[in-house]
Write a new protein. Structure first.
Length: 347
C-alpha cells in the first residue's frame, strides 16, 4: 500500500492535524562520511521546511530515511495559511528565469505554484512542539528549524533583524540543532525587494541571527539568483556570519487558467518541483564558483526539484555538501528510501 504524503487537495490546517504514523523501516547505509554544517549525519539527504508542518510530520519523514528535517517556517506571532489552492499544478518544462506566466493544470506533472503565505502556529505551540520533537527524534537525525520575521508597517530594519533573532533564539532554546533563516520571501525587508537581493542588509540581519544562535549552525535560504555580481556580493557579505546557504527557494511566476484568467489576483507565486531542478543546480554551480574565487568558508545546500540519486550526486559534484527535497517527498514519501538504495559513494 502506498505511503501517504501531504494531501494537496486539502487545507493546510487539515494536513496539520492528519499526519501518517511513523514507519518501521530499515535504512539503507549510504557509503561515505557526511555532515550537515559540520554536524555528523548518516547521509546528505534532508527534507525542506515545506512538508514538515509539525513534529509528527518530522518523525514520519525521519522514519522514511531523511536525516536532516527542517521544521516548517515559524514566526514570533501566529499567522493563518492562505486559502486553497495552496499547491496549484502548472504546465512547465524546465523553468530557468523569473517572471514567466504559466497555465494551470488539474494534475501535478512537473511543477506547482506554492501559495501558503508562510503560516505559523503561535510561539508557545511551536516552541513546545519543537522541544518534544527533538526529545523523540533519533539522536543521529538533525532537527533544523526555519524562521522568518513578521514585519509590521512601522518597522525599521533593526526591528526586522530583532524579530528574526528572537525566533532563532526561541528555536535554539527549544532544542533546534541548527537554524535556517528564510531570506527569500516577498516583503521581508521592503515592499519592492527581498532580503537576499540586498547583501548589506542581509549581512546586518545575519549578524543579529548569529549572535542569537551562538555556536549552532546558521543557514540562510535564498531565492533565485543568476547574476554573478550579486552572488559574489551576497556570499561575501554573509560568509562572516553564516554556515551555509540553502538554494533555491522556488522561482517566481504568474499563473493563469486555461481561459487566460489570472490566479492569485495576478500576483506571483513560487514554482517548485522538477521544473526548477536545472535552475537550482546552475545556481549551486554559480555560488560554488564565486565562493572558491573569494576563498570563503561557506557551505551550500541544494534544493529545488531533486527526485533521484543521480540528481543528488549532481548537486554534490556541483558543490553542495547536502541536499533538501520537498515536492518529491510530498508526492512520494518513499523517495528517500529509493535514493538511499541507489546512492553510492561520492566520486
Amino acid at each position: 500500500m502506498p505511503l501517504k504524503g501531504y494531501n494537496w487537495h486539502e487545507t493546510y490546517d487539515w494536513n496539520y492535524e492528519n499526519v501518517p504514523g511513523a514507519q518501521l523501516v530499515d535504512e539503507k547505509v549510504v557509503p561515505g562520511r557526511w555532515d550537515y554544517c559540520d554536524l555528523p549525519v548518516n547521509s546528505p539527504l534532508g527534507i525542506a521546511a515545506g512538508p514538515l508542518l509539525n513534529g509528527k510530520w518530522i518523525l514520519y519523514y525521519a522514519s522514511l530515511g531523511f536525516d536532516v528535517l527542517t521544521y516548517k517556517t515559524v514566526r514570533s506571532r501566529e499567522r493563518a495559511s492562505y486559502p486553497l489552492p495552496n499547491l496549484q499544478p502548472v504546465q512547465s518544462e524546465s523553468l530557468r528565469q523569473d517572471g514567466n506566466t504559466l497555465v494551470t493544470t488539474s494534475a501535478m506533472h512537473n511543477g506547482w505554484a506554492v501559495s501558503f503565505g508562510m503560516p505559523s502556529r503561535a510561539p508557545e505551540i511551536w516552541r513546545a512542539d519543537i522541544e518534544q520533537t527533538r526529545s523523540r527524534l533519533p539522536k543521529n537525525k538533525i532537527l533544523s528549524v526555519s524562521v522568518v520575521a513578521t514585519p509590521q508597517p512601522e518597522w525599521m530594519i533593526d526591528d526586522l533583524a530583532a524579530d528574526f533573532a528572537l525566533c532563532a533564539r526561541w528555536a535554539v532554546e527549544s532544542g533546534a540543532d541548527c537554524v535556517e533563516a528564510n531570506f527569500s520571501c516577498p516583503n521581508v525587508a521592503s515592499a519592492d525587494a527581498q532580503l537576499f537581493q540586498q547583501p548589506e542588509t542581509a549581512a546586518m540581519v545575519a549578524a543579529h541571527l548569529r549572535e542569537s544562535v551562538g555556536s549552532k549552525p546558521l543557514l540562510i535560504k535564498i531565492g533565485h539568483i543568476t547574476d554573478e555580481s550579486l552572488a559574489g556580493s551576497l556570499a561575501q557579505a554573509l560568509a562572516p556570519h553564516v554556515s551555509a546557504l540553502v538554494m533555491v527557494n522556488c522561482i517566481p511566476a504568474k499563473m493563469v487558467d486555461g481561459g487566460g484568467r489570472p490566479l492569485f489576483d495576478g500576483q506571483t507565486r513560487g514554482i517548485a518541483g522538477p521544473a526548477i531542478y536545472e535552475a537550482s543546480l546552475a545556481q549551486v554551480r554559480l555560488f560554488n564558483r564565486v565562493i572558491r574565487a573569494q576563498g570563503l568558508s561557506l557551505g551550500l545546500v541544494g534544493v529545488g526539484g531533486i527526485t533521484s540519486a543521480a540528481q543528488v550526486q549532481a548537486h554534490l559534484q556541483a558543490g553542495s555538501h547536502a541536499v533538501q527535497l520537498a515536492t518529491a517527498a510530498m508526492l512520494n514519501p518513499s523517495t528517500a528510501r529509493e535514493i538511499r538504495g541507489n546512492l553510492g559513494s561520492r566520486t
